[in-house]
Design a protein around this ligand. Sequence first.
Ligand SMILES: Nc1nc2c([nH]c(=O)n2[C@@H]2O[C@H](COP(=O)(O)OP(=O)(O)OP(=O)(O)O)[C@@H](O)[C@H]2O)c(=O)[nH]1
Length: 299
Amino acid sequence: MAGIIPDADDRLCLSRRPDHKHQGGLWEFPGGKVEPGEALDHALARELHEELGLDGVRSIPFLTVRHRYPDLAVTLHFREVTAYTGVAHGREGQPVEWVPRAELSARAFPEANRPVAVALRLPPEWVIPPEELDETAVVEGLARLDPASQGVYLRGWSGHPAVTAACRARGLRFWVRDDAGLARREGAFGLHLSGEGLARAQREGAPAFEGLLSVACHDAGQIDAARALGADMATLSPVRATPTHPEAAPLGWDGFDELVAGNPLVFYALGGVGPEDLATARAHGAYGVAGIRGLWPRG
Ligand SMILES: Nc1nc2c([nH]c(=O)n2[C@@H]2O[C@H](COP(=O)(O)OP(=O)(O)OP(=O)(O)O)[C@@H](O)[C@H]2O)c(=O)[nH]1
């Protein structure tokens, strides 16, 4: 159980694990063990009081990571702290620092934290513009998205300069489908591999792209392939029945949870879900929700 604690300048609070402890000497998000029967929000408030002297800590789920170290299997509930009072200081003598998000990658974290570092760069909602709209309607819809909480996968709109220009103008992070060259030229935040793109990458090797690599997954084999390619994130679908793929059997939330467990990728739940499912998705191992109909702004 660990807290992602922002300050007013959006720096995050890190502390250094004592040398003698598991993963000693590495930086961590402050936290500790949940007591039997204790609610997660309560456990975090208690730990952050004991370790940092913070009071009134309120938090929401961010990401659950299940990781197997050679000597220990851990389930870590990372939570985003939304309110607190007090000034953080290491009450147990541990070094505590506030670090700008852009500088997090320079810190040495325990291996289990890798997906957290990725998720901290990602919006919780991943919006796919409908393909049946015309370009003007797509451009108009993009202007109504919120760049802080929404990113865009240009599924059928990847090669359209007016659409990428609209993403840039609005400050939206956007993902291009399959074409690494196009993603580089357009300055895309991410490259998303469809089933076809994944099969090609398996034959020819990982695409040459510096940004985030994402893969469309539907089963354990594709998740393994995504991991082997060094992907950062994946969509996993369909959670529910969806008109986009009427033939595919829905995973359901339990099926989703079973497939993502223990995988060091950041997952988006896709298929018949919308923003109202975010809390459920997070309770089942996802970081975000992705979709067409459920997320595109209504006219
Ligand atoms: N708090 C915290 N623990 C982490 C992070 N990443 C990570 O792999 N861990 C691991 O999660 C496990 C639980 O850590 P913990 O803080 O609850 O407990 P601890 O080992 O410090 O023991 P304690 O209960 O005596 O304080 C440890 O094995 C720790 O190495 C992180 O960012 N924050």
